[in-house]
Design a protein around this ligand. Structure first.
Ligand SMILES: C[S@@+](CC[C@H](N)C(=O)[O-])C[C@H]1O[C@@H](n2cnc3c(N)ncnc32)[C@H](O)[C@@H]1O
Length: 258
C-alpha cells in the first residue's frame, strides 16, 4: 500500500498514535464496517487504521475545513517561516479577512506548525489567539498530495457528537477531551455533563464501541454502570514542552458490543 504510514499532518493535543496497537486488535475483525470518530482531532487513529469508509467528526471548524481541503488536494502557496512577524501577519489574516476555504486551510496549517506548543485556542469572539511558538526549527510540508486519495472516501463533519447520524453497524471509536476534575475550567468546553451525555449516547449504539479517556474514578464508574468492559493502560503524556519531560497517565479503554 502506498499510503501506509501517512503521518497526522497537524500537531494535535491528545493524539492517539500510541494507542494504535490496542485499537488495531479490536478493529481488525470489523474492518469492513464504517469507522465513526465523533472526536477525530489530529486524525491519528483514522490514518493508522485506514478504514475504507469513515465518518470523521470534530466540533472545530478550522480543523474540519483543513481536512476537507486535503481531500480536494491542498496546495501551499503562502510564505512559511519560523518568523515572529510573519506569524502575527498570518494570524491576523486568518482572523480578519474574508478568506476562501483553501486559504483558510493553508493559514491554519502554518499557524498550527508555528504557534505555541501546537495549541489550538480561540477567544470568546472566535479569534485564534495562540502566541508565536518557540521552536528551534520547523519542518513545513508543502506537498500534501499523498493525503487526497486516502481521505477521498471519508466523510468529514463539524458537529457536536450527539448530532451525528450513525448506522447500527458502525464501529465507533470515541476519544473526547479528557475528564480533568481538578482544573477550574473544562478543556475545550467539555464538562462533566458532556462526559455523561457522551457515555449515554455511546451506550445506545448497538455495534462495537471503544472509548478512551483518562481513568478517573468517576469515568470508570460511569462506563462500568452502563455495561462497558474496562481495560487500563499507561498513556505517555508530555507535561512540559521546555524540559520535554514525560510522565505517564492512567488511561482507560471502555468497550462494548464486541
Ligand atoms: C482528545 S482530542 C481527539 C484526539 C484524536 N483522537 C487524535 O488522535 O488526534 C478531542 C477532540 O474533541 C473535540 N471536541 C470537543 N468537544 C466536542 C464536541 N462536543 N463534539 C465533537 N467534538 C468535540 C476537540 O475539538 C478535540 O479535537
Amino acid at each position: 500500500m502506498t499510503d501506509a504510514g501517512l503521518r497526522p499532518p497537524l500537531k494535535w493535543a491528545g493524539g492517539k498514535r500510541w494507542l494504535l496497537p490496542e485499537l488495531q486488535k479490536r478493529w481488525k475483525p470489523h474492518a469492513s464496517r464504517r469507522l465513526v470518530e465523533p472526536f477525530c482531532g489530529g486524525l491519528a487513529v483514522a490514518l493508522g487504521l485506514q478504514p475504507k469508509q469513515a465518518l470523521l467528526n470534530d466540533i472545530n471548524p478550522a480543523l474540519i475545513n483543513f481536512y476537507q481541503q486535503l481531500q480536494r488536494g491542498l496546495t501551499m502557496t503562502i510564505a512559511m517561516a519560523n518568523d515572529e512577524s510573519l506569524y502575527y501577519q498570518h494570524r491576523q489574516s486568518f482572523n480578519n479577512q474574508s478568506l476562501t476555504d483553501a486559504d483558510r486551510a493553508q493559514l491554519f496549517y502554518y499557524l498550527n506548525r508555528t504557534g505555541y506548543n501546537g495549541l489550538c485556542r480561540f477567544n470568546k469572539s472566535g479569534a485564534y489567539n495562540v502566541p508565536f511558538g518557540r521552536y528551534k526549527t520547523i519542518y513545513y510540508q508543502t506537498d500534501f498530495s499523498a493525503y487526497s486519495p486516502v481521505l477521498s472516501d471519508w466523510q468529514f463533519t463539524q458537529l457536536d457528537f450527539e448530532a451525528l447520524t450513525t448506522r447500527p453497524t458502525d464501529f465507533i471509536y470515541a476519544d473526547p477531551p479528557y475528564d480533568v476534575p481538578f482544573r477550574q475550567y473544562a478543556q475545550q468546553g467539555f464538562d462533566w455533563q458532556d462526559q455523561e451525555r457522551l457515555a449515554l449516547w455511546l451506550s445506545k449504539h448497538p455495534g462495537p464501541v471503544v472509548l478512551s479517556n483518562q481513568a478517573t474514578d468517576r469515568i470508570c464508574r460511569l462506563y462500568r454502570q452502563l455495561g462497558f468492559r474496562l481495560r487500563y493502560l499507561q498513556a505517555p503524556r508530555r507535561i512540559s514542552c521546555k524540559t520535554a519531560s514525560r510522565k505517564t497517565v492512567k488511561e482507560v479503554l471502555a468497550v462494548r458490543g464486541f
